[in-house]
Design a protein around this ligand. Sequence first.
Ligand code: SF4
Ligand code: SF4
Length: 450
Amino acid sequence: MSVREGNLEAPTRHPIDWKSPQYYDEAATFKELERIFDICHGCRRCVSLCGAFPTLFDLVDEGKSGEVDGVEKKDYWKVVDQCYLCDLCYMTKCPYVPPHQWNVDFPHTMLRAKAIKFRKGEVDFGSKFLSSTDVHGQFAGIPIVVQVANAVNQTKPMRALMENTLHVDRNAWLPALAERKFRSAAPKSQSLPVQDGQRTPGKVAIFSTCYVNYNEPGIGLDLLKVLAHNAIPYELVEKEKCCGMPKLELGDLDSVDESRRANIPVLAKYAREGYAIISAVPSCTLMFKQEIPLMFPDDADVQAVKEAMWDTFEYLAARRRDGLLKTEFPQPLGKVSYHVPCHSRVQNIGRKTEELLKMVPGTSVHTNERCSGHAGTFGVKKPYHEVAMKIGKPLFRKMAEHPQGGAPDFISSDCPLGGHHIAQGFDVNSLGTPRLEHPITLLRMAYGLE
Ligand code: SF4
Ligand code: SF4
């Protein structure tokens, strides 16, 4: 049978067979890794995406045979550890993903290897602690504790201690705890009539996310202001737990299941009542749109939530197409250097944030798609922070040069952590100090809302 170069069909994704014992069969996984590494070695399209591919190609080139069979199996872990599951190689580069007969799914093969490593107990305490966003977030909103924790966390001795014990790089930007959690601070929606559009439900359920709830509630409050301004009634989902993305990145699939058991019954109720469920963090949205559905393909509630889940700007852009979004923007934003995070690109929704920001008069949007390198907890860990800054450098440089000339007035990314990583990249590379704002905050400002 002849092998066709590249796919003509849209990529498809196999369910993640994480419950079967074969999934954790190390020998079978290494065989699959070797097969995929060999295809990648002959292709090398992804060399610039992240650290995983250069690590692999260096191992091959420096090996005994110059082929994958010359790489020691124990070194495969070096490749696995460099993958932060952004999914970009699968979604934007690889011509051999299913339904192509070569059936290359690089990220989910990395995930399988990570799951084996996690089950073998080879994941360090610091990584586990960092991924427990519900645990460290619980101190947010406690007066005095927050101020003390935030102040102490920024001191040099504490950063040295965190580096030694939790492997958090002392130079990495870390989020502060919020003085008031988003879910406590959020005002109730006005009682408004529900106006469904052709494309959009007219009522919204908000999945706050750990980051917005515990660290940066202003993003969530700005989202509520934009919804209220557009007469869209909203509710915060009755209760929520971490979406599970930080646990997925570690290969801790049992904890992802625990998150599913807590979140999905709650969210499915909103989905069945006709709400659009939205979150302002693309990675959390992607978890409900892609990863949990692939782990639980036969769960009707999971699939219902998947159908009801929207990226914030995907929802607002569809609302505009329905003729139900206000498009008077009295406040120009000037020069905006905007970053599309990998987990937004993977959602295959097009550049919806760009579309809305470009509608603001007196605003020039410079869109950048390269990976920032932050990737969840990857960019703050001691072994990877420098790699993350290196991966992000071309992006930082490109964002610093606005096509309208000079430095941008704003830098912005739908991913709040990615945004702060970019701001740090500007700082350490002496690229200026433009104001960092989340796109929903920019939209709130453009509407002239306080
Ligand atoms: S999923 Fe992202 S980090 Fe992992 S190998 Fe692909 S491009 Fe690299
Ligand atoms: S993931 Fe696909 S595109 Fe990327 S190097 Fe491997 S075979 Fe090539």
